[in-house]
Ligand binder design. Structure first.
Ligand code: KG4
Ligand code: ZN
Length: 380
């Protein structure tokens, strides 16, 4: 589309006129007809909420043509956690190439793209801003509708991505979202109707994995390395707490567990000096016992949510959903209780643009789009 000069982000953000113009243009494109014509939209999904720069091309909500993820492990490894400023800079450097790669692998051009979807909340605001700015720019330059997506909702619905296009959708369901930023339980009535039932009151489960890995000097990100080390350990070696926050609570707390690991390593009340005295077996036992405590709490709370809400389907997404102990424990428990379980496919557990585009597919089907006035938000 020929355009004299693209307005800057600030003017876009503050310009109701721009948003209204865009709204009109979009309506005249007959967006909701995309589905009526039995022709599901081709969506470019963009994800930059934390430390993965990702783009994907998805048709509707189930057909992933491409999914490209550029991780930033090397950037953050020496700090033992994500450094927001460095993450934002890496997104700037990577995003353009990642989008081009996603479109090339999907073998599509801009003419084939029907809508641009982007995570605009929750996440690191500086990181979100990069993706949101890119998405707005493409929506404006290519004259495509823009769809803002809640990252946690995208994780919640990610187990549906690989389900067949013409089969039943998995909702209503309880969705457990466990990642570096979240430990949340949702009631997913459908993708447009997602209710938060409980969340962490301190550390997220993935954050606990990362911090415990730092205490044990195992590297970053902590989840995969703890899982690996734990295979050689005894999950009953250390008596770590399972914090339930009351019989009826659907909230989570992992900071007590993290402190218990710290004191197990260094001695009661101490925060340094103990690691050198531990053997490799001690470290494996601590990792296995920590992981078992996290898994026990996540499974128990998910089952409590199932009972309270009276639904018979569970979905699990987010980086920690890649943990094989958690996957096995949930499978066993759901199987015993006759509950249907949909685990996010491994490739869609950690952050990715496919889950963003796929959720936008449901929004588009319902005629829901956003104006260029969307902002990034740190909170849900
Ligand atoms: O969903 P995600 O990529 O980013 C956020 O939205 O936060 O999740 C990243 C988190 C990290 O904390 C990482 O340690 C954890 O997921 N993680 C795991 C595993 N793989 C990644 N935690 C436990 N076991 C794993 N296999
Ligand atoms: Zn995430």
């Amino acid at each position: 589309m020929a355009r004299q000069s693209a307005p800057g982000l600030d003017s876009l953000k503050n310009s109701g006129e721009n948003a209204r113009l865009f709204e009109r243009r979009r309506t005249s494109q007959g967006l909701t007809n995309m589905y009526e014509a039995d022709n599901a939209p081709t969506i470019l999904g963009i994800e930059t909420s934390c430390d993965e720069t990702s783009a994907a091309v998805v048709i509707g909500s189930h057909k992933v043509l491409s999914s490209v993820v550029a991780t930033q492990f090397d950037v953050h490894a020496k700090y033992g956690g994500v450094v927001p400023e460095l993450a934002s800079r890496a997104h700037i450097e990577n995003l353009d190439g990642v989008i081009q790669e996603a479109m090339a692998r999907a073998d599509v051009t801009r003419q084939d793209i029907d809508a641009i979807a982007v995570t605009n909340r929750p996440g690191l605001v500086g990181c979100l801003l990069i993706g949101v700015t890119a998405a707005k720019t493409l929506a404006l330059a290519w004259n495509k509708p823009l769809v803002a997506v809640n990252h946690a909702h995208a994780h919640a619905c990610s187990p549906a991505i690989d389900l067949p296009d013409d089969g039943p959708e998995p909702w209503p369901a309880i969705a457990l979202v466990v990642s570096g930023g979240h430990s949340s339980l949702f009631l997913v009535r459908d993708p447009l109707n997602v209710e938060l039932l409980g969340a962490t009151i301190d550390d997220a489960s993935g954050e606990a994995f990362d911090k415990v890995a730092m205490v044990l000097n195992l590297g970053f990100p902590g989840g995969p390395v703890i899982e690996r080390i734990a295979r050689g350990g005894n999950p009953r070696a250390c008596q770590f707490p399972r914090t339930m926050l009351g019989r009826d609570s659907l909230d989570f707390s992992f900071s007590g567990l993290k402190t218990a690991v710290l004191y197990r390593v260094h001695g009661p009340g101490r925060t340094s000096g103990g690691l050198e005295r531990l053997s490799q077996q001690d470290i494996a036992d601590i990792a296995a016992s920590f992981q078992a405590a996290v898994v026990d709490v996540l499974v128990a709370k998910t089952m409590l949510a199932v009972e309270k809400m009276g639904v018979r389907t569970v979905m699990v997404g987010g980086g920690v959903a890649a943990n094989s102990e958690l996957r096995t424990a949930l499978s066993t428990t759901c199987n015993e209780r006759g509950i249907t379980l949909h685990l996010a496919p491994m490739k869609y557990c950690t952050d990715n643009g496919a889950m963003v585009a796929a959720l936008a597919g449901y929004y588009l089907k319902a005629g829901r789009t956003d104006s260029l006035a969307i902002d990034p938000w740190a909170v849900m």
